[in-house]
Design a binder for this molecule. Structure first.
Ligand code: UDP
Ligand code: MN
Length: 297
C-alpha cells in the first residue's frame, strides 16, 4: 500500500512537470502567434548594393494586409541589405480596380530615382530568406513568386504576385496594358510582352521550401472577394495581346502623397486617380453609377 502511494505520488509529480513543460512549449511555439509565423530577420548595418529598389504595391481597401506587409517586407529586405522604398499605390477614383495601370502610374513616379522595381501584391509575404530581391540584369526579369512556390498559381507562364524588373526593361515593353479593369489576366498579358521582347524570365531555384511555406498569402477570400465581373466586350479584348496601351498613355493624377509609418517603419502612400477612356474600355464600370443620395431637406 505504502509503495503504491509513493509510486502514485511520483507519478503525480512527473505528470505535473510534463504538463508544465507542454504549457511552456505551447506558449513559446509559433502557433500562439495570432496570424503568421513570419519570422524576424537580423538587418544588415549597411546595404550590400547601391542599387535602388522601388516596391510598387497596387492597393485599394486592404488596410489589415498593409499593416502586416510594411513591417514584414522592410525587415525581410533589410536582412538582405536591399536598398529600397515602399510605394503604396492607392486607387482613389470610382472605377474598378486596375492593378496594371496603378503599376504604370507608380513606375512613372519612381523611374528617375530607382534602378529596378518590384511589382508586389500587398497580401503575398516572402517567408524564406533565400528568396532574393537583388537587382535583376537587364533582359532577365526575376519572378520571385514562381509557380513552383506560389501557394495558389502553378501554371508555367504565371508572372504575377511578385516580379522584379529593371527600369530599362519595363520601359522597353511600354509597361503594362491599361485595359484590365477588375481581377485577372493583366499579368498574363505582361508575360507575352516580355516573351515578345525576348526577355529571359528567371526564377528562384534550389529552395528548401515549397508552395506551402515559401510565402504567406494573407488573403481571406470570403472577406476579400475577387472582382470576376465581365461586361461589354471585356472578355474578348482582354484575351488578346495589347500592342497599343501602356506606360506611354496611362492617364492618372497623383492627388496626394503621404509619408506614413507602420510600427515606425516609413513608406509612401500615393493616392492615384486613374482616368478611364469609356470608348476604349467601357468595362471600367460595369454597373450604372449609383445616383447620389439627395440631401434631406
Ligand atoms: N488589390 C487591392 N485591392 C483590391 C484588389 C486587389 O489592393 O480590391 C491588390 C492587392 O495588392 C492584391 C493584388 O491587388 O494583393 C492582387 O489581387 P488579389 O489578391 O485579389 O489576387 P490573387 O493573386 O489573390 O488572385
Ligand atoms: Mn491575393
Amino acid at each position: 500500500m505504502k509503495t503504491r502511494t509513493v509510486v502514485s505520488g511520483r507519478c503525480l509529480a512527473a505528470c505535473l512537470a510534463a504538463t508544465l513543460l507542454v504549457v511552456l512549449l505551447l506558449a513559446l511555439s509559433p502557433l500562439s502567434a495570432p496570424d503568421c509565423n513570419c519570422g524576424r530577420f537580423e538587418p544588415l548595418e549597411t546595404p550590400l548594393s547601391s542599387d535602388r529598389l522601388a516596391v510598387l504595391v497596387p492597393f485599394r481597401d486592404r488596410f489589415d494586409e498593409l499593416v502586416e506587409f510594411v513591417p514584414h517586407l522592410t525587415n525581410f529586405l533589410q536582412h538582405q541589405g536591399v536598398n529600397h522604398e515602399i510605394f503604396v499605390l492607392n486607387q482613389v477614383d470610382q472605377f474598378r480596380f486596375n492593378r496594371a495601370s496603378l503599376i504604370n502610374a507608380g513606375f512613372k513616379v519612381v523611374r528617375r530615382t530607382f534602378d529596378y522595381v518590384a511589382m508586389h501584391d500587398v497580401d503575398l509575404l516572402p517567408l524564406n530568406p533565400e528568396l532574393s530581391y537583388a537587382r535583376p540584369a537587364d533582359g532577365r526579369p526575376f519572378h520571385v513568386a514562381a509557380p513552383h512556390l506560389h501557394p495558389r498559381y502553378h501554371y508555367p507562364t504565371f508572372v504575377g504576385g511578385i516580379l522584379l524588373i529593371s527600369v530599362k526593361d519595363f520601359e522597353q515593353v511600354n509597361g503594362m496594358s491599361n485595359k484590365y479593369w477588375g481581377w485577372g489576366l493583366e499579368d498574363d498579358e505582361f508575360y507575352v510582352r516580355m516573351r515578345d521582347a525576348r526577355f529571359n524570365v528567371t526564377r528562384p531555384g534550389n529552395l528548401t521550401t515549397n508552395t506551402s511555406n515559401t510565402f504567406w498569402h494573407n488573403h481571406n477570400t470570403s472577406r476579400r472577394k475577387r472582382d470576376f465581373t465581365k461586361c461589354y466586350h471585356q472578355k474578348e479584348v482582354t484575351r488578346r495581346r495589347d500592342r497599343y496601351t501602356g506606360l506611354k498613355d496611362v492617364k492618372y493624377q497623383v492627388v496626394a502623397r503621404h509619408h506614413l509609418k507602420i510600427d515606425n517603419i516609413p513608406f509612401t502612400l500615393l493616392n492615384i486617380e486613374l482616368e478611364c477612356d469609356k470608348v476604349l474600355t467601357p468595362w471600367c464600370e460595369c454597373e450604372e453609377p449609383k445616383e447620389k443620395a439627395k440631401p434631406k431637406t
